[in-house]
Design a protein around this ligand. Sequence first.
Ligand SMILES: CC(C)(COP(=O)(O)OP(=O)(O)OC[C@H]1O[C@@H](n2cnc3c(N)ncnc32)[C@H](O)[C@@H]1OP(=O)(O)O)[C@@H](O)C(=O)NCCC(=O)NCCS
Length: 312
Amino acid sequence: MSASESKPLTIRTAQEDDLPALFALCREALVLDTFSPQLLAEKLFRNPRPNEFCWDVYLAEDASRVVGLMQSVVRPAAGKAWLGLFAVAAASRRRGIGTELLRQAQKAWSGEITEVEVLAIPGNYFAPGLDPRYTEALCFVERAGWKRFKDCVNLTADLSARFDTSAEQRRLRAAGIDVRRARPDDAGLLDVFFSEHFGPDWRFEAELALRNDPPALHLALRDERLIAFSAHSAQNREWGFFGPMGTAPEARGSGFGRVLLWLCLNDLRDAGHRTAVIPWVGPIAFYQQWAGCRVERVFWRYRLERTASSTG
Ligand SMILES: CC(C)(COP(=O)(O)OP(=O)(O)OC[C@H]1O[C@@H](n2cnc3c(N)ncnc32)[C@H](O)[C@@H]1OP(=O)(O)O)[C@@H](O)C(=O)NCCC(=O)NCCS
């Protein structure tokens, strides 16, 4: 055993001023992703709903060198938690550091937490699941008891050409549908729509999109009632991040979705993005047909079911 291996490992809660060391670690470990320190700070330290979620990042130090991190997110009212970003420096792997960090994270998952998902944190996620090409991580979570339950994909949209929405918008206008960018005073409309469809998590993402200048949210209205929406840039802005979008069930099949999609993609193009990410999909055929999107990444979703005997 080397001298550094014999020193005790310290695990502590990370603070925002640890960001340079955490960024260096993540840059080295998360080789399939490209991100800035600002994006990492958003993921690790910007709990968008502090009244509902508890966020913690644990950091492992070996001889004052940061060698690991693991994020835990808990939503007590839902009985659910998330294993967020986690990484151990390549030279320090297979020495139990990931396991020690996990032990620390587990302390935040009290008896009332019955399910822990990997990544996929609502409203502020780095990834909607584990990219299986992070194979060491896949082995790590499976060894710790997580079970794969679903797959999902991120699509990519080519933004080299602008989408022409004019004919479709004319057609919809003639049918009495108003398609327009959202305004800050649309909050009441959004509240009604999301209480009937899609729920509070998407209401929250729409709110984040609305806070952009100009609002990164487009709406379709019939008789001044919201029937469909699309959003972008609610998070992960440097990736050209689309979504969410949704049409009320009774209004589907009338062509609102494609126009709303195009309006968001045109915004992202105007903001200088050459491609957009359509994350956590969903209806692949819709995006392929209307925006030529391609599957860029596949994610495996993992959850750990916790029973009274497995907690503590
Ligand atoms: C996943 C990761 C954090 C594991 O950290 P670690 O400190 O090496 O983990 P541990 O030493 O505690 O390993 C615990 C167990 O996980 C399993 N495991 C970990 N790495 C493994 C590997 N490369 N192959 C097979 N099993 C592995 C083993 O069962 C291991 O126990 P063992 O060594 O007694 O056999 C590390 O490999 C890593 O940083 N990977 C890159 C980052 C990443 O992919 N993050 C996920 C995306 S957020």
